[in-house]
Design a protein around this ligand. Structure first.
Ligand code: NAD
Length: 246
């Protein structure tokens, strides 16, 4: 008996088997959830299709979702040139695109899912700590994530009366395709491992397990929240070990 037996989820954001969305999909599959996948661009199909088939899913975006639906939004994009150098140099076009793809897409997908969630439901998106504090080179994506987190709160308020919950997971750095576009990402990985309270990096599996909680009735009193799955990084005031300060 799985936590998600008889339930369905539509997942946006699997690019390959290192994607955070794939970690979430595997956790849902383990708990008996029926999955549908949508991939961002045609070239991704050859990677996503075998993954989707391995969990018995149909790749059709308009999968026949009914009651008790969950929506996983794990999508972000910014021009590589806006993910290095100075934030002040971000172009208007680059700013618009990052906010559109990374934040507005949640609003559009949630609006499309709302009529399908006739018996309540759960929406989950992915964010990063660069939304609340300056993270080197994260630049316009930090602003997009701040907008995304605000969208989570406004959507949660709009849809709460229908029993639809909207939450975000703020994950620590994970080596994925999208992350490789952020300048100096390897250094960020090493530093996070050294300086977070748990002295480890989080895995897509860790995010998947927290996603299970946020998408299931176990979290039915929780909406509009940003839950950190970052080995505790966000609680630290001073992240440089004292011994390194001389
Ligand atoms: P990923 O590259 O595996 O996934 C990003 C997904 O976004 C891809 O599937 C891609 O197809 C999709 N996408 C991009 N532009 C799109 C568009 N225009 N339309 C539809 N889909 C589009 O990388 P990931 O790290 O798994 O990223 C998933 C989410 O997790 C993102 O929101 C990312 O910001 C967030 N996140 C990542 C990290 C990390 O360190 N990897 C940390 C915190 C949050």
């Amino acid at each position: 008996m799985g936590l998600f037996d008889g339930k369905k989820a539509l997942i946006f954001g699997v690019a390959n088997d290192r994607s955070i969305a794939w970690g979430i999909a595997q956790a849902l599959h383990r708990e008996g959830c029926e999955l549908g996948f949508s991939y961002g661009a045609p070239p991704l199909e050859k990677r996503v299709r075998p993954l989707a088939e391995s969990v018995g899913a149909s790749l059709i975006e308009e999968c026949n979702v009914a009651d008790d639906t969950a929506l996983v939004h794990s999508i972000a994009f910014a021009d590589r040139q806006d993910l290095s150098g100075r934030f002040v140099d971000t172009s208007r076009e680059g700013f618009k695109m990052a906010l559109d793809i990374s934040a507005y897409s949640l609003v559009a997908l949630t609006r499309a899912a709302e009529p399908l969630m006739t018996n309540g439901g759960a929406v989950l998106t992915m964010t990063y700590y660069g939304s609340v504090k300056v993270a080197p080179q994260y630049n316009v994506m930090g602003v997009a994530k701040a907008a995304l987190e605000a969208c989570v709160r406004y959507l949660a308020s709009d849809l709460g009366p229908k029993g639809i919950r909207v939450n975000a997971i703020s994950a620590g750095p994970i080596k994925t395709l999208a992350a490789s576009g952020v300048g100096g990402f390897k250094k960020i990985l090493g530093y996070s491992e050294k300086a977070s309270p748990l002295r480890t990096l989080v895995k897509t599996e860790d995010v998947g397990n927290t996603a299970l909680w946020l998408l299931s009735d176990w979290s039915r009193g929780v909406t509009g929240e940003v839950v950190y799955v970052d080995a505790g990084w966000n609680i630290m005031g001073l992240t440089v070990p004292l011994e390194e300060l001389g």
